[in-house]
Write a protein that binds this ligand. Structure first.
Ligand code: PLP
Length: 222
């Protein structure tokens, strides 16, 4: 795998406004440094422990994104440094992130995860659930978080039509929720698209893509 060349190839296909999150889960520090040395600064991990270990050992100008499901009792381990939490799917989790961010005297950026896939296994809120959280009094009191947009994961399928429908659905939810902007809800980011579907996601309105295997090669979980 030529990580640098992969990054160059992918970036050459991306409009300027797209943020590329290099998904480095399971990958060693040396490979992350290859991407870093090619100019990449935004990395995504799906396990808090793994992200924290990597944060401690790697350059401090890396922006770490938590893209996996977050357990409330682990928020404290990343609260001092995490740059964006993609998978926020409950008010309770937002409230815990707020509490831990306050301890570090910072504001943590979050995305609300919307369930767009037909599979039961995917986490996320409905558009209505997200809407009622964002309009609630309790939400307006969370001064140490800022919700900057939405995230979604399409179904795991080869059916491009289905994936496109799911992306479009997320984009329209994003457009509706945009009208609810408040002090701590500033919707500007739509995180959707991975290695196999990021160009489709961009066509459907994505502003942030999460790409792993197309940069680093297939993951080995054994
Ligand atoms: C692993 C992962 C990705 C990257 O997947 P690739 O297909 O390797 O690009 C993107 N988003 C989330 C939430 C992931 O867990």
């Amino acid at each position: 795998m030529n990580i640098k060349q992969n990054l160059i190839n992918i970036k050459s296909t991306l409009p300027d406004y797209i943020t590329l999150v290099a998904v480095s889960k399971t990958k060693p520090l040396s490979e992350i440094m290859e991407a870093y040395n090619a100019g990449q600064r935004v990395f995504g991990e799906n396990k808090i422990q793994e992200m924290t270990d990597k944060y401690e050992q790697l350059p401090k100008d890396i922006q770490w994104h938590m893209i996996g499901h977050v357990q409330r009792n682990k928020v404290k381990f990343m609260a001092s440094f995490v740059s964006l939490i993609h998978g926020v799917d409950s008010f309770k989790l937002l409230s815990e992130i707020n509490k831990q961010a306050q301890k570090h005297n910072r504001i943590i950026n979050c995305l609300l995860q919307i369930k767009i896939a037909s599979e039961d296994s995917k986490f996320g809120l409905t558009g209505n659930e997200a809407s009622s959280i964002l309009q609630s009094e309790e939400f307006s009191e969370l001064k140490h978080i800022k919700v900057i947009g939405l995230m979604g994961m399409a179904s795991f399928t080869d059916n491009k039509n289905q994936i496109e429908q799911e992306f479009k659905c997320l984009k329209s939810t994003f457009n509706e929720l945009k009208n609810l902007e408040t002090l701590n809800f500033k919707p500007e980011t739509l995180s959707m698209g991975m290695s196999d579907d990021y160009l489709l996601a961009i066509d459907c309105g994505s502003t942030m893509i999460r790409v792993g295997s197309s940069i680093f090669g297939a993951r080995n979980y054994s």
